[in-house]
Design a protein around this ligand. Sequence first.
Ligand SMILES: [Mn+2]
Length: 331
Amino acid sequence: MIDKAILRRTGDYLLAQPRLRLLLHKHPDGDAIGSCLGLARFLAARGKDVGVFGPFDISPKFDFLPGFADILDGREEAGDPDFADTLYAVVDSTGVDRTGFAAGDFQRLLRLDHHIDGARYGDHDLHDTAAAAAALIVCDLLRAVDEDAIDTGVATCLYTGLMTDTGGFRYTNTDAHVFRSAGFLVERGAEPARIATLVHERRPAVYLDLLRRALDSLTLHAGGRVALLTLRADGLPADALALFGSDDFINLPRSLEGVEVVVQMKLVPEGDWKIGFRGKGRVNVQTIAAHFGGGGHFSASGCELEGDEAELRARILDRVLAALAEADASA
Ligand SMILES: [Mn+2]
């Protein structure tokens, strides 16, 4: 956990700003959205002019979070040079590029992140790779400022980030601080069963079509230690894939006994492949993603690639098998 004095100092700095804009990353997940909306709600209650800038592909999956409907499209403002009074906070992103903006678009930036890789932006940098979620850093930050001001809405946002980034409190990043913080957020009004149902049990029927395709594409390698699947939405409604988070399909092969690494290749409408990697505690999938220019965490990472599906499958599989061999050698 980040030192309390640093958290308080950053809190004072945020509260001294007249105007703040929080930036979501591309394909925002529950942690990015929950962290931004929770922080925005807390600051708005303190009279701050605060907004959340969405990217352009935001899924309705988290539409139950307070403030979701007010997420702004920041493209116009990014091109406006008159932003000296505004502090931009990049939340849950390894770099400004992950937000869809360029680093030069904003003069004053604050980073709030928990990914292993990524660059420091400025004097007020909240980076904790030990934190299971960006929402956990936000939770620590707000508790250092004034934990009584965390209302049900803020707690719901932060709990959602914590729940999704820990895979429902099951991934290797789930530690005592996660549970203590989740307990605190429940005390502040977050409802675990309701949030889990809203996040995981509102799938549209097109899920079954995608699941069938994903299962048809699923291959096992290295004696069942590696699983690889492809998600393609060709012929389905244009927004079919956008309705789902990165964990909606990847967790099925992840649940197989003996599987140590899962690779999910998703063909996004722009024609690129969004690759997700999941480990189960033995293989560091962050290094696999980093090899392909991506990043993430020890047990969850991703990257984006262009190319032919079969060629990419072979290239990725080569790298995963090498990482598996490295893990075996160091075991
Ligand atoms: Mn995160």
